[in-house]
Structures are given as structure tokens and as C-alpha cells.
Design a binder for this molecule. Sequence first.
Ligand code: NAD
Length: 264
Amino acid sequence: MKFNIQSRGDNDSNILSQKIKSYLQEFHLEYDEKEPEIVISVGGDGTLLEAFHQYAHRSQETSFVGVHTGHLGFYADWKPDEVEKLVIHIAKTPFKIVEYPLLEVIIRHNNDQKSERFLALNECSVKSMEGSLVMDIEIKGDHFETFRGDGLCLSTPSGSTAYNKALGGAILHPSLASIQLAEMASINNRVYRTIGSPLVLPQHHTCMLKPKNNVDFQVTVDHLNLVQKQVKSIQCRVAEERIRFARFRPFPFWKRVKESFIAE
Ligand code: NAD
């Protein structure tokens, strides 16, 4: 089996990555940065997000597993002292694949026919770079509301515990193929009115954001910051593709939520 290791780049993560690499090579697994079947991220959740974006074009052929060198992560859930066990699992056992939904984001521009497509593992957030964000929000092609405020966040179920949670969004189990729209400080008065609650949309329900004014936007896709000029629309829905995680032992989602936010 071909593998690659993505390190956060700090000293501890580099040393651990090197150790995992030589252990796996001792088991005659092939190191391949181009077409790995499994990618081991060593660092934190941000490292796994980077690894995902590096191989997003190979979503059906690549599985991910995360080792954390700091605190327990949502995606990085193996401890550094468990890597020998992890290596034996990877080398010796056919592993189970667990698939989680992704968010598809298509950005269209005013004076350009070309659109840009992104996949997000956590979320896409949109903020105006000058003044408040004013956006028409369409759901399944119908106008739903005109938003005015700081910004909007569209998250995946596995990303619901990240930025979305800080915005008061619900935590969704990743078995629910859905996306969640959460507001950032909406202005609500007699002129502007939004629903005020996070919305959860099922598969095939498209959420379209259409800017009302001609301003530039700060768009994030996971850890990536993109500046978008002359945006006509931002279209979000559940992607056809899914991320594949290699599972070697059960670690139920709700247990992870409890251990991350309440107590071990
Ligand atoms: P970072 O270093 O600022 O890390 C942000 C934190 O988010 C880390 O503690 C990480 O463990 C955690 N995190 C990432 N994905 C998670 C998930 N799915 N569930 C629970 N926690 C998760 O930035 P980074 O490492 O580059 O990660 C980018 C992510 O940061 C974005 O995708 C976004 O979700 C998150 N973020 C959060 C806030 C906030 O909570 N106010 C603001 C901006 C970005």
C-alpha cells in the first residue's frame, strides 16, 4: 500500500512523522507523495485540513488518519504514544472506511464566465471587506431572506463542531448528509429581517448567496483565505464527493464531542 505523511512542520511533528515513515517502510509499505492510498497527518486538525486539500482531487482513492501532537483533535484523534499500534494496524489489517459529507462551493463572477469550485471539509465563510455584508439568500432557487450583518458560515456536519459551533450552530452527526447555514451578527430591525436561527439543508438543496452591493469579499474555505472580487454568487450544497477516514477502532462521534468540549 502507498502512503504519505503530512506533518504540521514543528519539531515534534517532524520527528514523529519520520518515525512513522520508517516503521511503515519496515513493513514494506511504499512512500508515495503523488498517489497515496492513505495519508497520515501528524499535528492537529489544521494539518488534516491541509492534507485533505492536497488530495481533494483523489477523494475516492485516498483515506486519511490523524495523529495529534498537541491536544486531542476532531480529525487528529490518535495520540503520539499510540503510533506503533497505528502502524501495525495500517500494515496488517484491512481497515474500515468511514465517509463524511463535504461542502461544494461554486463562486461565479460578474464579468467572467469562469466559475471556481472548492470542496470544504469544515466550512466556507463569507465576510465583506468593507462595511456590512448584504446578501440575498436563495434556497432551492427561491428567495428566502436578505441578510445584513458581519457574515455567513456554511458548514459540513463534521465542521459543525468548529467555526459553526462558535456561531451558535447545532452540532450535527456526520452521517447526516447536510449543510448548515449560520449567521454572524445579523442586523435585525424594521428594515432588515433574517430568520436568526441556523438552518440545516439536506442533500440537493442548494443555498445561493447573491451580493446586493458591489464589494469585495473575504471568503474562507477551511483554513484557506481567498479574496474574491466582483462576486456574482456563491453557491453551496452537499458535494458528490466525500472524505474517507481510515478507522482502526471505534471512536464514536458523540464520544469525541464529549471529550473535546466537556470532559475526558
Ligand atoms: P486554527 O489554528 O485557528 O485552529 C482552530 C481550532 O479549530 C483548532 O483548535 C482546531 O483543533 C479546531 N478545529 C478544526 N476543525 C475542527 C472541527 N472539525 N471540529 C472541532 N474543532 C476543530 O486554524 P486551523 O488549524 O487552520 O483550522 C481552521 C479552522 O479554524 C476553520 O476551518 C474553522 O472551523 C476554525 N475557525 C474557528 C473560529 C472560531 O471558532 N471562532 C474562527 C475561525 C476559524
